[in-house]
Design a protein around this ligand. Structure first.
Ligand SMILES: Cc1cc2nc3c(=O)[nH]c(=O)nc-3n(C[C@H](O)[C@H](O)[C@H](O)COP(=O)(O)O)c2cc1C
Length: 314
């Protein structure tokens, strides 16, 4: 009997996970099948399992799953597995990294009449997140469509939130990289220095940006603090123009990131972390090179630009 269930499960797993034939699961699970994530306690059904398998296979088309061990004890079984695949298509909003990912896990199965009625899944996603170059913030990357508004703790009205942001004064930067030797970049005011020792900085970039895939795949990026003489440069880099550098004088940093001539300051940094915050990615970077110019910075507040030279002291 053990051999039969063992072989049955192994065959269906290979069909579903290795070949994407998710209908094979119909014969393996009961009608009230539940799949529980041990870490979150969140339960899902067969339809979600099929979707998950197809999504993983979409991102990792060469996925293979090996059952390392199968233990059966009455109506309870345990499966220990290892999955391997190459990240050649977008997955969880992450552009292809072409990295090999190995992840392991175990499922505890409650069997009924030779079918799986319930399974509790434990898996180590650290290898996956590391290979993808991301860490998940509040599960935002893993299940964006499942984020539930917590009415008890509340949320401000979006207009109030916009008002809050309008009261914050920043400079304007252009974040740059190259793709196949072609310079790319976008205007970003979500820049912050993190620490001086080590010299860490961060920028926050929307995933819909056309610069984003190149930025995500880069080992380094450039951050240019725009000067009060670069109003046209902001317009260019806040646009979707396909060749934003056509009229821009720039030079490469030691690792090739475009540094824009005439900026108030510019740096090149190595990308160390790519935190996922649902629609945006926060790049944490270690500065490798910095240049400080003479020109005063541009100031940005509530959608308008100001001359940083004309600030009046309090
Ligand atoms: C002052 C200013 C600040 C901006 N800050 C950010 C930012 O912090 N992060 C971001 O992703 N986009 C920001 N944007 C918007 C992008 O620059 C804009 O969407 C741009 O068209 C993206 O270009 P791309 O899609 O070619 O990369 C900002 C725009 C302006 C004008």
């Amino acid at each position: 009997m053990q051999q039969a269930i063992d072989a049955f499960i192994t065959d269906v797993w290979a069909a579903a996970w290795d070949r994407g034939e998710v209908e094979a699961l119909d014969s393996l699970v009961t009608e009230d099948y539940v799949r529980v994530d041990k870490a979150t306690g969140h339960g899902t059904g067969l339809a979600e399992l099929k979707q998950e398998i197809l999504a993983v296979r979409e991102g990792f088309p060469d996925l293979t799953t090996t059952i390392d061990n199968f233990v059966l004890d009455g109506d309870t079984a345990a499966i220990f597995w290892t999955s391997k695949g190459t990240h050649t298509r977008p997955f969880l909003g992450v552009p292809p990294t072409n990295r090999q990912v190995v992840t392991t896990g175990s499922n505890i199965l409650a069997l009924r009449s030779g079918r799986i009625a319930r399974e509790t899944v434990t898996w180590d996603d650290s290898g996956l997140l590391e290979a993808l170059g991301i860490r998940s913030l509040a599960d935002a990357a893993a299940a964006p469509e499942q984020v539930v508004v917590d009415t008890m703790s509340g949320e401000p009205d979006p207009e109030v939130m916009k008002g809050f942001n309008r009261q914050f004064v920043t400079g304007v930067t252009v974040v740059t990289t190259t793709e196949g030797g072609v310079p790319k970049g976008l205007a970003v005011n979500a820049y912050s220095s993190i620490s001086l020792e080590p010299p860490l900085v961060m920028v926050c970039v929307q995933k819909t940006s056309s610069t984003y895939p190149a930025l995500f795949a880069s080992t380094h990026l450039g951050i240019n603090i725009l000067s009060n003489r670069q109003k046209d440069t902001v317009s260019t880099f806040a646009s979707k123009s396909s060749d934003k550098f056509a009229q821009i004088a720039w030079h490469g940093g030691p690792h090739g990131s475009p540094l824009i001539d005439g900026s108030s300051a510019a740096l090149e940094a190595e990308i160390r972390e790519r935190f996922q915050a649902r629609t945006h990615t926060i790049f944490i970077c270690r500065v490798r090179h910095a240049e400080v110019g003479e020109a005063e910075p541009m100031v940005y507040k509530a959608g308008r630009f100001y001359d940083g030279e004309e600030l009046s002291a309090l």
